[in-house]
Each structure stands twice: as structure tokens, then as C-alpha cells.
Design a protein around this ligand. Sequence first.
Ligand code: IPE
Length: 267
Amino acid sequence: MNVTLEIALVKLGGSVVSDKGKLKTFSRKNVDSLSAEINSYLSESSDRRVVIVHGGGSFGHVKAKAYSIREGLKNDSQLKGFAEVRQDMRLLNSRIMGCLMSRGIASVSLPAESIVSIRDTAVQSEDFSLVDASIAHGMAPVTFGDAVFDSKRVFTIISGDILMHSLAGHLRPQVSVFCTDVDGVYDSNPVINRSARLIRLLTESTKVSLEESARSDVTGEMRGKLAVLFDIAHCSSRTYVVNGRVRGRLLSALRGDVRRGTEVSHG
Ligand code: IPE
């Protein structure tokens, strides 16, 4: 990549862009204010670029789980589910694109399959030519977790976090930010433990309790998410997890000035 560019990699978590409890409910207010913050960051310097990845939330996880899409093709009754998850994710993506574009960001949708190919649920090969071309011309590529073809299992689910991992390895961003529905990474699950404490600086030796809550996510557990987070931190100058539902937190993270959130140490 062009070394003079300052690249920010941003994940908009599914729990921020949608209401996870209600099937296909778009959180326009959150996405609109996050789009405004991304635009403010970009407007501060012409050398800045943003690459965006979004999750599935209630547009992806509910049906992906109901039809066991991640596991691959086992019977033909899943085909309808695969098609529906893809369709629902495109609907969500189109709503997010609408918010970004109405804030003046020249964003281009690049579905996961235009960047990675998948075999047996894992990334088999990567092609960043469209991402690089978009960035070179001042556009903001937007990709997303999706129901994708898998050369062994016919289909599977790829998460936005795995796309963040591939993109961070290639782009070596100045800053990577994960926007979630809580203030950052906690020492235990804040959904089920009221005394959970926010970790300000997460290192590979920080103790994090891996107790799960009963959520319908199909793309993995906390342990896997933390491993990906550390890998991304190794590729980024700074990496943060912040609350994407609180106004201003994303912009502060992009500027490297986080008052409430988790910074992930690159070790
Ligand atoms: C999931 O992507 C995509 C589908 C279920 C189709 P993510 O795993 O990145 O989504 P969130 O951010 O957890 O909702």
C-alpha cells in the first residue's frame, strides 16, 4: 500500500447496526451518527482513508443459525436459508451504504467474495485488488460478514472479524476500531455479570473470563474473538474496542484519544 496514506479499519458490529433481538431491524440512528463521525475523521486530512467492515446482527445470525448455514450443505432444505441470509445481508449492506453516502463518503460495497475465497470455513486465498483500487482513488471500501460459497462445504458463514483479520494483514492500518454494543472488553461477561470491569489496556496476559451468554451468534466465541483481536493488533499501530452506540466514541478512537474503551496492546 501507499505508505503516505493513513488507513483506518473500522468494524461496525452487528449489535450496533441492528437490533440483535428483533429480526432485520436496522439501527439507522447509530449508523447515521457513525457515518458522520467517519466523515469528520476523513475531512481532517486528504491522506486519510477508511475501510469499513460490518457484521450481520439480526440480519445474519438468526437465519444462519436456524438453517445451520455455517456447517455447510447437509440437506436441500438449507438452500433457501443460504439464499435468504445472502439477501438479508445485502439489504442491511444497502441501508448502511445509504447512510455513509448521505454523509458524503464515496463508499463502495465489496462483498466478502470479492476479497476472499473460502475452503472448509477458512480463508483459502485473498485478493485485495479491488480494495486497493478503491483506496487509491479515494473511495471507502465496505465489506461484510456473509453467507458465502465454500469449495468444500458448498457454503458457510464468514464473519466480519475474519475479514478484519485479512484486511489488517494486508493494509497494516494506522488504527483499527471495533464498534460494539458495550464499552469495550470486560474482565467477565457484562451481560450476565453486573460487577464486570472494563479493561482499559488488554494484553495477551490480561485475565478475561470466557463465560458465554446465551446469544444466537453463529460466528464464534469470545476466545476466538480475542485471538483475532490480538492478531489484528499486531498488524495495526493502534487497536481499540469501543461502544458504537455512544456518540463520539468512534471518532475519539480514530483520533487515538479514547476516554472510555479498550486499547488492545500489540505486544
Ligand atoms: C456474521 O458476521 C455474518 C452472518 C451471520 C451472515 P459477524 O459475526 O461479523 O456479525 P456480528 O457483528 O457478530 O453481528
